[in-house]
Each structure stands twice: as structure tokens, then as C-alpha cells.
Design a protein around this ligand. Structure first.
Ligand SMILES: Cc1cc2nc3c(=O)[nH]c(=O)nc-3n(C[C@H](O)[C@H](O)[C@H](O)COP(=O)(O)OP(=O)(O)OC[C@H]3O[C@@H](n4cnc5c(N)ncnc54)[C@H](O)[C@@H]3O)c2cc1C
Length: 427
């Protein structure tokens, strides 16, 4: 370990291969791990414990099938449905709209078919490696028991919607090597015998892993980092300052300094990058979860998403986790109960949910960019400032692939995929 303590201060060796990684979510922990295994001295800094941001409470899906990022709706009927603000899958705070209108307009613009095709290609290239990259870290971290190779079910209420989904899934198989099995109503009932309501059927995406405890997975990766000689410190990343030899951040162990800094602060990333002249159009997509017990001897064999309503039900260590779709709100607006209130009765009609297990709903913020791709690479304003954020709906999925790509770039190695689509300077 090459961290040294001088005059009561902990100081990272001032050479090129030293880095402060700001943000210990799934993305930051993965970046730190990949740097460390390339011989970097790494300090991972967060104001909370590792994995307590959005990475804490997500749906736990490592989504090899998610080659199509979530576009902004463009069909008039769909826009009208969302504008009424009564949906389960998308909710907005009207007062927040003026502030987020600009990135949302760009999101709409990037969702036009020809531009969306670019997003799909960028997403596919990164996501194609997600299972292998997670498995490699999980093996080293002795956490493979958290990765369940059971895929997940996407439920449809009508035969027409199911058929459209099957045809899209077939396209994903042909173009992107995604595997699935189409289930009709009876096959779905056989796969999940405790469903209370009938559905026309489901697409069973068979490739993805389902993580039984996403927080435990991030903690396992963080433990691996420290056993390999990385350092985890508590501090506010907004204290980052540039100095003659690189960067300095204040932590409870004293100031930490390194030659390079990586911003992996999820939805809060812009709070730091804009201090240094880089203000990408990052916006937040909030989501909630609540755990439930099941009545009697009921079980749910694998995660499911009700595509008609827009919520997930995932069997986790803590219970059945209901995850909601997207809420647009001002950054510091208090959590609202709306999405769970709307989703819970539908979920109860679908599965014999019993009591709520958590005292209060958990809320997390998905960090999103208008072109639906993350930012991975060198900040346009500084040679020694790097970015790894904006993974939106797939940050759990993409953490290890992002970590590897960024560490290869920072180390001057051949990169395992073309980083151009994720270039921070593209905005
Ligand atoms: C309801 C829901 C369901 C989801 N389901 C899935 C899923 O099934 N699969 C999937 O792949 N993705 C899913 N996601 C998305 C995924 O959770 C996020 O994309 C991912 O967690 C982002 O990881 P991150 O490391 O970039 O950010 P975070 O996990 O939010 O980490 C950022 C870290 O930065 C720290 N931080 C922020 N500001 C500061 C500061 N000033 N100083 C110090 N530290 C700071 C925070 O404490 C936090 O630890 C879901 C998200 C939600 C909300």
C-alpha cells in the first residue's frame, strides 16, 4: 500500500497512477477496482457508505437484454397519457417542469428514430459485456451466490401487445444475440403458479442475472477493493480542488490528494463537474421501492415487470421488492407517495402480497442524459479529470463494464470497446 501519512495528513503518492474516485455507487466501486488491479493507488470517496445511493435499492437486474434504452415517447397518444399525470409508470411534479424542460426537450429530440438508432448501438456495445464483467468481479469478491441466472419476466395483458413484444424480442435476438422464451397465458401460470391475475403471457428474458441484494453486491465489490489495497474514505466530493500536482478532497481522515480524479457521483455528478467548467445536461429520474412479505406459502420464482402498468416485483433477500417507474421532480423535492400508491393495488391484485416490510419507501435517482448513453471518459475541460456517470436505468448492469473501459483509458491501454459514443465532450 503506497498511501502515506504526513504531518497528520493522509496523502496519496503524488505520481501519475494515483486517483481519487468520487462516488462509491456501483459505478465508482467498479472504476476503483479496475484501476487498483492495474496497479493504481486509489482512494474511493463517498459521503455515505458504499452503495447507499441509487445502487442501494434498484431492481437488481443485470440486463443483458436491455439493448433498447428508454426513449422519450413521441407518439401523440402516449404523450397525452403521460401529460394527464395519472399514469403508474411516469409521474411528474408540474412545478419541476420549467427547470427540467431543457434536458427533456433534448431527450425527446434524441429519441427520434435515426438518432435513437445511435443510442441503441452505443447501449448494445456496452451492455453486451455486462454478464461476463459482473461475473468476473463477483468471482473475485466471492459473491457469485448473489447473481441468480434466472432471467426475468415481462408481462403483457393483451394478446396483441404480447405479439408485438414477441416480434420486438425476435428482432433483439437476430440483431443483438439476446435470448428469450415467449410464454402464453397457461405457460406463464405454470412458471409462476401464485399469480392471482391472468395475463395474456410474458417474454421470459433468459440471459439476465437477478441480484438478490444489490447493496450486498456493491459492498462485496468494495470489500474486494480494500483487500486489494484500495482505500475507502468518507468525505464530500464538492470539496474537490485542483492543485499543482493534481486534485485534493477533504475527508474525515484528512485531505486526500492524487494526480487524477474520477467523478462517479451518479445523479449528483454535475454538482462537482460544473465547478470545473463541465456542465453536461444530466437530469434525474427518480424511482421508489417497498418490500412486502407474501401470504401463506406463496412464492415468486423470478422477477417480473408488469408492462401494462409499469412496475416491477422482484424476489429479494428482504422480501418481494416492488420497484416503480420514473418520477420527474426538483432535485431537492421531498419523496412523494404517488407512484407506490398507484402501483401497490395493481401489484396486490397480481400477487398475494401481505404486509409492507419497510417503515418508509426507499427513493433513488437514476442519473440520465438526453441521448440515453452514459458519459465515460476524460472531461473536456481537464486532462486529469475523468467521468463515469449517467447510466440511467442500467447503472447496476453497466458498472463493471464502465469500470473496465475507464480504467483502460486512464491507463493508456488498448480499450476493449470503442469509447466514442460515451465521450464526455459530445454535448
Ligand atoms: C427504482 C429503480 C430501479 C432500478 N433498477 C435497475 C435494474 O434493475 N438494473 C440496473 O442496471 N439499474 C437499475 N436502476 C438504475 C441504477 O440503480 C442506477 O443507474 C445506478 O445505481 C447508478 O449508479 P451510480 O454508481 O452511477 O450512482 P449511485 O449509486 O447513486 O452512486 C453515487 C454515489 O455518489 C455519492 N455522492 C453523491 N454526492 C456526493 C458528494 N457530494 N460527496 C460524496 N459522495 C457523493 C452518493 O452517496 C452515492 O453513493 C434502477 C434505479 C431505480 C431508482
Amino acid at each position: 500500500m503506497r498511501i502515506r501519512k504526513a504531518a497528520g495528513r493522509v496523502k496519496v503518492r503524488q505520481v501519475e497512477r494515483t486517483a481519487l474516485v468520487l462516488g462509491a455507487g456501483g459505478v465508482g466501486v467498479s472504476v476503483a477496482l479496475h484501476l487498483r488491479r492495474r496497479g493504481w493507488d486509489v482512494v474511493l470517496v463517498d459521503r455515505q457508505g458504499p452503495g447507499e445511493g441509487a445502487s442501494f435499492g434498484n431492481g437488481g437486474l443485470i440486463q443483458r437484454e436491455a439493448v433498447y434504452p428508454h426513449p422519450f415517447p413521441r407518439a401523440l397518444a402516449e404523450l397525452q397519457r403521460i401529460a394527464r399525470n395519472r399514469a403508474v409508470d411516469v409521474v411528474y411534479h408540474p412545478l419541476a417542469l420549467p427547470r427540467i424542460a431543457a434536458p427533456l426537450l433534448r431527450y425527446w429530440w434524441h429519441s427520434a428514430p435515426e438518432r435513437y438508432a445511435r443510442a441503441v448501438l452505443g447501449q448494445f456495445r456496452l451492455i453486451a459485456t455486462c454478464l461476463d464483467e459482473h461475473m468476473a468481479l463477483a468471482r473475485e469478491a466471492e459473491a457469485t451466490d448473489l447473481l441468480r441466472p434466472i432471467g426475468w419476466l415481462q408481462l403483457y395483458g393483451t394478446a396483441e401487445r404480447l405479439e408485438r413484444a414477441r416480434s420486438r424480442a425476435e428482432g433483439s435476438r437476430r440483431e443483438f444475440g439476446v435470448n428469450y422464451v415467449a410464454l402464453d397465458g397457461p405457460a406463464l401460470a405454470q412458471a409462476e403458479p401464485h399469480l392471482l391475475a391472468q395475463r395474456a403471457g410474458a417474454i421470459h428474458w433468459t440471459d439476465p442475472y437477478s441480484v438478490s441484494d444489490p447493496h450486498a453486491l456493491t459492498l462485496a465489490y468494495a470489500r474486494l477493493l480494500t483487500t486489494q489495497g484500495g482505500v475507502i474514505a468518507t468525505g464530500d466530493a464538492r470539496s474537490l480542488q485542483q492543485n499543482a500536482s493534481g486534485w485534493r478532497v477533504e475527508t474525515t481522515d484528512g485531505p486526500m490528494e492524487a494526480a487524477q480524479a474520477v467523478v462517479a457521483l451518479g445523479a449528483a455528478s454535475k454538482e462537482v463537474t460544473q465547478q470545473f467548467g463541465y456542465a453536461p445536461p444530466l437530469f434525474g429520474k427518480r424511482g421508489y421501492h417497498m418490500h412486502y412479505s407474501l401470504r401463506g406459502n406463496a412464492v415468486l420464482n423470478r422477477p417480473l415487470v408488469d408492462s401494462d402498468a409499469g412496475f416491477g416485483l422482484i424476489p429479494m433477500r428482504r422480501g418481494i421488492r416492488l420497484t416503480t417507474g420514473v418520477e420527474f421532480a426538483r432535485t431537492n423535492a421531498p419523496p412523494s407517495a404517488v407512484q407506490l400508491q398507484r402501483a401497490e393495488p395493481i401489484a396486490r391484485a397480481l400477487l398475494p402480497l401481505d404486509r409492507r416490510v419497510d417503515e418508509a419507501p426507499w427513493m433513488g435517482v437514476r442519473p440520465a442524459l438526453p441521448d440515453m448513453l452514459p458519459v465515460i471518459g476524460r472531461a473536456p475541460t481537464h486532462d486529469n479529470l475523468w467521468c463515469a456517470f449517467g447510466h440511467a436505468h442500467q447503472g447496476l448492469t453497466l458498472g463493471p463494464s464502465t469500470g473496465r473501459l475507464l480504467a483502460e483509458m486512464m491507463s493508456g491501454e488498448a480499450v476493449f470497446l470503442d469509447p466514442e459514443p460515451y465521450r464526455p465532450g459530445r454535448f
